[in-house]
Design a protein around this ligand. Sequence first.
Ligand code: NI
Length: 136
Amino acid sequence: MPSAVVVRRGHFNAAHRLHNPDRSDEWNRNAFGPCNNPNFHGHNYEVEICVEGDIDPETGYVVDVAILKALFDQYIHSVLDHRNLNLDVEWFANRLPSAENIAVFIWEQLAPRIPAGRLQKIRLWETPRNYVEDSG
Ligand code: NI
């Protein structure tokens, strides 16, 4: 059966600060540079949700992108958009809100909910020049 990868893009804005409370202020400044600034800063995050699977001969789809949009809106956008990730999102209470960990969060929320095919990859752009990928 022919297969394909379907990619749905999503977007959210959020603030964060990278700071490891187990380490000294100097260590944090060296490790994180301006991302350690005390009063937080924001990013315009772009998400690519990549779903791989067989093409259903009845629909021609791997998965309906309207479902991917709805899952993104309910489980990612509504939780992360216009939030301070450090202060507002419970999942990050004891995790650094790095792009890597945000991608893991998105993977964990979406992977079990994809109704057809399987989640192949989350690609998260933190800036137009930097992205991370998580594949579970
Ligand atoms: Ni940052």
